[in-house]
Design a binder for this molecule. Sequence first.
Ligand SMILES: *Cc1c(COP(=O)(O)O)cnc(C)c1O
Length: 398
Amino acid sequence: MNIATHPFDALMEITARPPTVFVRGEGSYLWDDSGKRYLDFIQGWAVNCLGHSPPEVAEALAAQAKLLLTPSPAFYNGPSLRLAKALTEHSCFDQVFFANSGAEANEGAIKLARKYGALHRGGAYEIITFEGGFHGRTLATMSASGKKAFEPLFEPKVPGFPKAKLNDLGSVQRLISDKTVGVMLEPIQGEAGVWPATDQFLRELRALTREHGLLLISDEIQTGMGRTGKLFHYEHAGITPDIMTLGKGIGGGVPLAALLATDEASCFEHGDQGGTFNGNPLMCAAGLAVLAEVSKPDFLKSAADAGLFLESELQRISARHGLGEVRGRGLLLALDLKHPIGASIVAEALADGVLLNSPQPDALRFMPALNVTREEIALMIDCLDSILTRMGAARRVA
Ligand SMILES: *Cc1c(COP(=O)(O)O)cnc(C)c1O
């Protein structure tokens, strides 16, 4: 790669990145600037639900770009009105606020819950969140997250986020006080390594929050938009949260996120919430194109089937190489490696032209496009199988 074409020194160094520069994407594949092709099982971090540069999204963006980029959030625009309506028609929610990132949508959810507490619960403001949870990188969403590595950072944290344990109702119960206004969770903890809340826990949590008059806030930024085989994860447990946030997949690759609330929970007044780019027609046009595709019953069915196929293939690989469990749902799955070999597998796969993610040293996470084919899954599995075989052989020699 050419340092003159790609000067690496002006971007802030915020994470370790391979010295690869990607220039093009199509479906499940990415190409770097040397022309090398990669099979992508990261997809922008569960973002590209229709794969790279899907024609539906590209065309919607091009058409909207020629028509109107933004009239200002002080005025209505067609795509945001239509997308808000479509999201409410496909979910249990009544009102939508659009944001530009998942963290911003979660900030909005936290503000909405605090507003609800101020209006209806005597100023209650605490939101119970979970150890291992991840809600974003703004100050409040880092404080709401239960990620160990965040603990020493950017003190003092935003107060008001006591932490419970996932799948332990008693740990939630013990934190409820007259200061509590809600409970917020990821139905599957993605960044922590794909740790699902059980459907039973979600149902018990819904009953508990109802009993205490608390808001249930579901962060579906990673699990929403068909990622788990249903349009929204809450449908699996048959519950209805009061507030939900969406991000990642909702824009199919562009920065779009949403805060959804029931009529009862939707209590912002003028001046409480806003933002320059929020609900801009360009991103909402992409969101409409994504939702039209992802909400098709056939699309969701084939994404769910692809998830089952990937899950069974991972189980086969796991048994063959003496690894651990396969966790998750739909096309958000993790393979427990039992040893801290995630980073070396990711590096070997990159060299072999397959993009994998290791959210924790002993786990791999799989988040391919929702329209990934069986053939593509089989190719990834073959690559993983041969890497594990090589590593196993190396371990036996050592
Ligand atoms: C990615 C993610 C976020 C943060 O979204 P950004 O768009 O990166 O701000 C929040 N919650 C969950 C569950 C996520 O997976």
